[in-house]
Design a protein around this ligand. Structure first.
Ligand SMILES: Cc1ncc(C[n+]2csc(CCOP(=O)(O)OP(=O)(O)O)c2C)c(N)n1
Ligand SMILES: [Mg+2]
Length: 427
């Protein structure tokens, strides 16, 4: 007789909340601020296993900086961080509206995730290279040497767009600011950054790389390939996984975050790994500095899972009210990074509500003025600006190869033929 066996079943993870049904954030596994030890930067990867399971946080509920990860930091630096976050939020809010007004075709906000890019960039040095995804605009907006007007012109694909309409809106590229061209192909950032970091080491340079990926994109095979190479060659790289709980409409558990953490993937691959409160500006700064020092000291790569929440829609093409409760962000246990740093600065006695409001007003005024200027240069949706067809072939080769010269000739001819046809039709 054959023994009776249970019918096999697959497990399909589901979020704990849905529209009309509040999320139970118990799944997040938060830990009290100050409760996680801070090992030396040359710690062996396996010893970081408890750090990959827990949550490094510095700011407690009262806004005090507590525990071994509390960084030594000048309040003036924190005020600069506050400025960067408010600037980023004001930029996002205005650009989101600009898309609704049909001034740009598409936009992506980082609402609620501002602390991650804005604090991380403070741990990097000139010459280091970030390989960002589309939600790290804070890396650029933290800087005063990248023009906000120019970023807006990029989103408008107008004549002041340094990328000349060859990238989607928000896919910036600033080599001089350590901001590698954004690729829409998710997870490629990880392999590119590891390769760049390996090259830096091969050349005996001192520059490190920092790579960015979302929770959803960790399901791509490039993520695992990057971890293997980073581990094997001890590449001087920081591998950032921004776990904002959602990948468009897909909950983070579908990418593998249900019974394990994304940071634990790093430990399994032989990398020092940290799981950090991404809405805690001080924790982001401290963990980023730790990982940067580790990379610079030739002690190896670090994977950091930043736990946060995507406060807005995935992009202007998305409607999150279809798949998650509307009040999720307000109920998120790690709060709002701006409100938390503000509380801390007030506890330190270096900030006030009035100063905060004034700075916010200044940032909004800067953004409004910048948008007005950017719009004055036109754009695809503003004055139907189309870059010259030749520009499609520029900036790839120093000397254009013969086959591209042929294609350029053909493109020009077809373009002219179409323009004549259009004129004939109008006539
Ligand atoms: C290789 C690849 N697969 C799919 C997509 C389509 N896509 C764009 S964004 C996105 C969700 C990514 O979510 P996550 O990695 O969590 O990043 P987040 O948007 O939350 O910052 C998907 C599936 C893509 N751009 N590239
Ligand atoms: Mg995500």
């Amino acid at each position: 007789m054959t023994p009776t066996r249970a019918n096999l079943q697959l497990h399909v993870p589901e979020p704990t909340g849905r529209p009309g049904h509040e999320t139970d954030f118990g799944y997040l596994r938060v830990a009290p601020a100050g409760s996680v030890p801070r090992p030396a930067v040359d710690v062996s990867p396996l010893e970081t296993a408890p750090l990959a399971e827990s949550l490094i946080a510095v700011l407690d509920a009262e806004g005090r900086a507590v525990g071994p990860w509390a960084p030594e930091v000048d309040p003036a630096l924190l005020q600069r961080g506050m400025r960067a976050m408010l600037r980023t939020r004001a930029f996002d809010a205005r650009m989101h509206v600009a898309q609704r007004q049909r001034k740009i075709s598409f936009y992506m906000q980082c609402l609620g995730e501002e602390a991650i890019a804005c604090a991380h960039t403070m741990a990097l040095e000139p010459g280091d290279m970030c390989f960002p995804s589309y939600r790290q605009q804070g890396l650029l907006l933290s800087r005063d040497d990248v023009s906000m007007v120019e970023m807006m012109c990029q989103a408008m694909s107008n004549p002041r767009d340094p990328l000349r309409g060859r990238q989607m809106p928000v896919m910036y590229s600033y080599k001089r600011a350590g901001f590698f061209s954004i690729s829409g192909n998710l997870a490629t950032q990880f392999i590119q950054a590891v390769g760049w970091a390996m090259a830096s080491a091969i050349k005996g340079d001192s520059r490190i790389a920092s790579a960015w990926i979302g929770d959803g994109a960790t399901a791509e095979s490039d993520f695992h390939t990057a971890l293997t190479f980073a581990h094997v060659y001890r590449a001087p790289v920081i591998l950032n996984v921004v776990n904002n709980q959602w990948a468009i409409s897909t909950f983070q558990a579908i990418a593998g975050g249900e019974t394990t953490t994304f940071a634990q993937r790093g430990v399994g691959s032989g990398l020092a790994s940290l799981r950090v409160d991404g809405n805690d500006f001080l924790a982001v700064l401290a963990a980023s500095r730790w990982a940067a020092e580790r990379a610079r000291g030739n002690f190896g790569p670090t994977l950091i899972e930043w736990v946060t929440y995507r406060g807005g829609a995935h992009s202007t093409s998305d409607d999150p009210s279809r798949y998650r409760p509307a009040n999720d962000w307000q109920r998120f246990p790690l709060g709002d990074p701006i409100a938390r740093l503000k509380q801390h600065l007030i506890v330190l006695g270096t900030w006030s509500d009035a100063q905060h409001e004034e700075l916010q007003r200044q940032m909004e005024a800067e953004v409004s003025a910048a948008l007005k200027e950017a719009e004055s240069h036109g754009g695809t949706l503003i004055d139907q600006h189309v870059p010259p067809i030749e520009s499609m072939f520029d900036d790839v080769y120093r000397d254009m190869p013969a086959h591209l010269q042929g294609q350029l000739k053909q493109a020009r001819a077809e373009w002219e033929q179409q323009s004549h046809a259009a004129v004939r039709q109008e006539g």
